[in-house]
Write a protein of this length. Structure first.
Length: 351
């Protein structure tokens, strides 16, 4: 039997009944449109093909539902197709992005952000020195391992998926095109401010990218760290400098997000960007969403409340996805680190 495309009209026709049921469930439970958890059908996968607990980025190819999207888990070498319908996420096929290894063991991309523009998805690694959990790595004895991990995470991946090759279950009938580039790291090392932090450990305010957006044929990389007195850095360059040989034309933007806050995700929206701000370190601190015009204007849109899992444990937002515009404002989907399937949660931003 031939594969059925995910945007087939007969699958669209069932959405009305599903959304109506979701609205009734929300009303019965006392939830508002701005406070909805969405289920995930299928399995989102993380390290070693296990259930994902570290979703860190999502982007989609279109404004309308259903959306063809890509998610990443920062402990995996893969991305995964996700179909986002109004009320649920459908987990689809995984796509290998890198094959880096050391002593026969796979190395993490440490993928931290996903963007979509002009027919391509883009996934960005943290470009930072890997975490030294429990101080197990000695900077001299383990120099080769540290360097290999850093190389693996210092990549930008470009993926082209033919929408017609995606079935209604998120499987692919045609292998996507995957290109890799390591050209961003040398440009970071050339920047007068950032070069000091590129090779520092994260515990010492070392550089770590957590957001990516594409706009006007430029790549914008939002940094969680370093957090600086002048603000949180966004490093932008010509996209053609990453996947071609165009001049980079680098620019460094500083966003005043509050003391100790960094950029936890970045998304293109309307005439600029949405910025998910949160603590640069693992210390306590609040999260918020800002709008940024890409130049000098930064506006606080919403201070986020604390979110908790079913056991009452606090969970922290790691990724945001603009869903659509309603009469009440913009709906966003948040994904959370440390929660199975990212605990998808919808919030409303007033205009």
């Amino acid at each position: 039997m031939a594969a059925v495309s995910w945007f087939s009209p007969r699958f669209r026709s069932s959405l009305g009944a599903f959304v109506a049921a979701a609205m009734l469930l929300a009303a019965a439970s006392g939830l508002a449109d701005s406070d909805l958890s969405w289920p995930v059908k299928g399995k989102l996968r993380g390290r070693g093909n296990k259930a994902s607990l570290n979703l860190s980025g999502i982007a989609c190819d279109r404004a309308e539902f259903p959306k063809l999207c890509l998610v990443i888990d920062d402990e995996s070498q893969n991305a995964q197709v996700v179909i986002v319908r109004d009320g649920e996420l459908m987990a689809g096929q995984t796509i290998p992005l890198i094959h880096d290894s050391l002593d026969g063991k796979p190395l993490e991309l440490d993928g931290e952000g996903v963007a979509f523009a002009d027919g391509f998805f883009y996934v960005i690694g943290s470009h930072g020195r890997s975490r030294n959990k429990k101080d197990k790595l000695d900077p001299v004895r383990d120099a080769a391992k540290i360097a290999a991990r850093t190389r693996a995470s210092s990549q930008v991946i470009r993926i082209r998926i033919d929408p017609k090759s995606v079935t209604n279950k998120g499987d692919l009938t045609v292998t996507p095109e995957v290109d890799r580039s390591a050209r961003l790291r040398p440009l970071l090392l050339e920047n007068a401010i950032l070069k000091t932090y590129v090779d520092k450990p994260l515990s010492d305010n070392g550089l770590s990218i957590e957001g990516i957006a594409i706009r006007g044929n430029r790549l914008y990389a939002g940094l969680r760290t370093p957090t600086l007195d002048k603000g949180s850095p966004v490093f932008s360059i010509s996209l053609g400098a990453i996947f071609a040989r165009d001049p980079p034309n680098p620019q460094l933007h500083m966003l005043q997000l509050g003391a100790g806050r960094g950029i936890r995700d970045l998304a293109s929206d309307k005439d600029g960007f949405l910025v998910l701000a949160g603590p640069g370190s693992r210390k306590a601190g609040g999260f918020a969403i800002y709008r940024w015009d890409g130049k000098a204007t930064l506006t606080l849109v919403k201070d986020l409340p604390e979110f908790h899992d079913k056991d009452g444990v606090e969970i922290r937002p790691e990724a945001l996805l603009p869903l659509d515009a309603t009469a009440k404002g913009t709906r966003l989907l948040l994904l959370f680190d440390g929660s199975k399937d990212g605990a998808p949660h919808v919030i409303q931003l007033g205009e």
